[in-house]
Design a protein around this ligand. Structure first.
Ligand code: GLY
Length: 379
């Protein structure tokens, strides 16, 4: 991947400005685990009842990226505080699910990679063992969610997002010299290739399997517009997730899948560079999801590193187009307010749209760290 002079300057200046704002934000929010903002102020998911929320690793991840960038102990301490608070979740079986990767890769595993702390290694391995325990060997998939307080039975459900949690298993296998975790991750990724990724490179969000026979039953629209639609964050999880499975396994089928999703994604990026909630949402709906743009940008930058020449340039240009659009039109540069990205959406059918979400901010920062060659590799 080769950035030209202008691209290099843009990436460095944008990272400097973002880090400048985060220096202030993190001092204000150091005792919290934020998910969103209310009137420009971070909320806090670290309390009892909220500590199991799936996004609770991203704040720690941002702090580790900031520590890597600046070397300031402050960021390390905030990240470690986030990690310790997550212990309450690690001890609560009912609140553990396939999102263990999102929670403990950017916190405990990142800490272990930086400091070698055995307590962090232990947390990462416990989270990985729990994730592996969700494997359904008849269907060769990892179960996504638990049954919540509603009527849906999710025993046989898997979701595309899980591709981003597999790196916890790749890490555990390597750490322990035990192939079981790797085998589960690869089997899940192969099932996802077959059952989630469509011929045109778009992906399903949720697929349900018979949990006993393992046979695929049907797919659901999930957080997207509907069955057969194209929820953009799901496309991004697939794009980046299959790229990561390729990086960890070197299986060419995963690279082909990642590129198929990437090429579909690029073909659907609107002129504005801003990403809708669903590529197949009705034409009169204007809701955007900045998180999808930031996550896809990270995946595309990794693909640009893997490819050469024209194809590498296509991936890099698409990532930069989205990142620039975010900074120009969907970003809060006011240093007195806590969010970076605006216009994030959790799900198409939720009432609220276009607010700030912490993982959007995390992946935006990660993308800039990648472009400037400073990233702490989390996944
Ligand atoms: N992993 C859940 C989401 O992307 O909303």
């Amino acid at each position: 991947m080769q950035l030209n002079e202008m691209q290099t300057k843009w990436a460095q200046e944008t990272l400097d400005k973002t880090a400048g704002k985060l220096a202030k934000v993190s001092r204000r929010s150091k005792d919290k685990i934020p998910y969103t903002t209310v009137n420009g102020v971070h909320d806090d998911k670290s309390g009892e009842g909220a500590i199991g929320w799936w996004t609770n690793g991203f704040w720690g991840g941002m702090m580790w990226q900031m520590y890597t960038l600046t070397g300031e102990e402050f960021y390390k301490e905030v990240a470690q505080d986030n990690e310790r608070k997550l212990d309450a979740n690690l001890m609560d079986y009912n609140k553990l699910d396939h999102d263990n990767g999102f929670k403990w890769l950017p916190t405990a595993v990142a800490n272990y990679r930086v400091s070698g702390d055995p307590a962090s290694r232990n947390r990462g391995l416990l989270a990985a063992a729990n994730l592996a325990g969700r494997y359904n060997s008849a269907g060769r998939f990892i179960r996504a969610w638990n049954n919540w307080d509603d009527t849906a039975d999710r025993t046989g459900w898997a979701i595309i997002d899980c591709m981003m949690n597999l790196p916890l298993l790749y890490w555990a296998s390597e750490e322990l010299g035990d192939p079981r975790f790797y085998q589960i991750a690869v089997n899940h990724a192969n099932t996802a290739r077959e059952c989630f990724v469509r011929g045109d490179g778009s992906v399903n969000h949720i697929v349900s399997f018979d949990p006993v026979s393992g046979g695929m039953i049907e797919s659901f629209g999930g957080q997207g517009y509907g069955v057969g639609s194209s929820w953009t964050r799901g496309q991004s999880w697939g794009l980046y997730g299959f790229t990561l499975s390729y990086l960890h396994t070197k299986d060419a089928a995963f690279l082909e899948t990642a590129e198929r999703i990437a090429n579909y994604f690029i073909a659907n990026i609107p002129e504005s560079g801003l990403i809708p909630v669903d590529f197949r949402q009705p034409a009169d709906v204007t809701w955007e999801d900045s998180t999808a743009a930031a996550i896809a940008a990270c995946g595309l930058i990794e693909l640009a590193k893997l490819k050469e020449g024209r194809q590498s340039g296509i991936y890099l240009d698409a990532a930069l187009k989205m990142l620039k659009a975010l900074t120009e039109k969907s970003f809060n540069w006011n240093e007195e307010e806590d969010e970076l990205l605006t216009k994030c959406s959790a799900a198409y059918h939720e009432k609220e749209h276009e607010f700030s979400i912490i993982y959007g901010d995390y992946y935006f920062l990660e993308a800039l760290m990648k472009l400037t060659g400073k990233e702490l590799f989390i996944w």
